[in-house]
Design a protein around this ligand. Sequence first.
Ligand SMILES: C[S@@+](CC[C@H](N)C(=O)[O-])C[C@H]1O[C@@H](n2cnc3c(N)ncnc32)[C@H](O)[C@@H]1O
Length: 422
Amino acid sequence: MSQPPAARREIPESLSARMGAIRLLSHVLRDGRMLGDGASGLTGPAAARALRLAGLVLRHMGQADAMMKVHMDRQPAAKVRDILRLALVEVFVDGAAAHGVVNDAVAMARMSPRTVKQSGLVNAVLRKMVDDRSAWDALPAPALPGWLRGPVAKAFGKDRIVGIEAAHLAGAPLDLTPQRPTEIDGATVLPTGSLRLSGGQVSTLPGFESGDWWVQDAAAAMPARLLGDVTGLRVLDLCAAPGGKTMQLAAGGANVTALDVSGKRLRRVHQNLERTGLQAEVIEADALEWSPEEPFDAVLLDAPCTATGTIRRHPDLPHLRTSRDVEALTKLQYQLLDRALAFVRPGGRVVYCTCSLLPVEGENQVAAALKRHDGLTVEPLDPAAFGLPEIAASALGLRLLPDLWPDRGGMDGFFMSVLKRA
Ligand SMILES: C[S@@+](CC[C@H](N)C(=O)[O-])C[C@H]1O[C@@H](n2cnc3c(N)ncnc32)[C@H](O)[C@@H]1O
């Protein structure tokens, strides 16, 4: 008689979340995929926990690697390294109990034929490392990669880079842009009008279904506000997807044309407009090839960039971007800015912005455009009008960095400028 199959042993949620985190780390570090696109193979709370753990490891990877150098003569293979990184970060940063963390690390090493032989090493070295808090505490704070740290420190100073790196470690709160007066328990209203929460599951917050607000970092909500009252203006959102700024402009009463080259990303614009009940004409086209029939009163260009201003929320970025990306992006930015200037009527305004920490993607683009275009001027902007310190003012626009508003929970890095055509 055949025996019934033995019941499969349930994997506890903590272990499956850890396994999911290791999968996500491999997607980012070996396959070059964004953390949000990676598949942990999990759903529900375990998936959320895996994502949080992988993000924590990416933020503190420099320290974990330095700790391994203190305790190991040779660096282990990639997957074992990830298992050790996760364990170290859980114990020293997340405050997890060392015993359970070490047991799960050894269990994970035993699961794969590629790492099983090193499970003894994982056990021995991890026990030593988790006992050595003083070595961990003596490690320098995690730093940005050199290609990014160098130019940011040169532009804004050594003190500010330390503050920016600290803000990256702290992560980001949840900011909402309301389109109508909205009250949410625990939310504070920022001087820019955004609502700020410490976190929470977006789809369960009041006003989500009715589209009263959308998720948008406070800094990202500023560029559209620079146009002031847009009622009745024809405004082109030139790189529009997923539509945060399109919705702001439409909510402000503008007749908005939202253009983007990515059909996939434009689906998000349609979904967002539908949820919020706002309207815009949506066009899928390459801005370098498309032309409008009539010029616009204003154009908002939120140009593709390294997105290094969003590292607080995307700790994978420093591990995925390189200096090579900067060159291609800055070329595209200046081409797009010239298109934006061609699409606006004489006397009309172009808002140029990027969520980058790098002046080459912000200030330098505007300075170069002023040289290329006769009669083009920059409108002066007062940071105090947005509750921002004077240090956010630049002769070419506003320069926001993650170390601003430290008592309120920081903000994304952004550069924004309002250009007026002759
Ligand atoms: C920074 S994102 C825009 C974010 C958007 N403004 C928002 O607030 O939700 C940059 C966008 O530029 C788009 N893009 C890149 N190259 C483009 C091109 N040549 N023409 C039009 N859109 C382009 C990308 O598809 C991407 O959606």
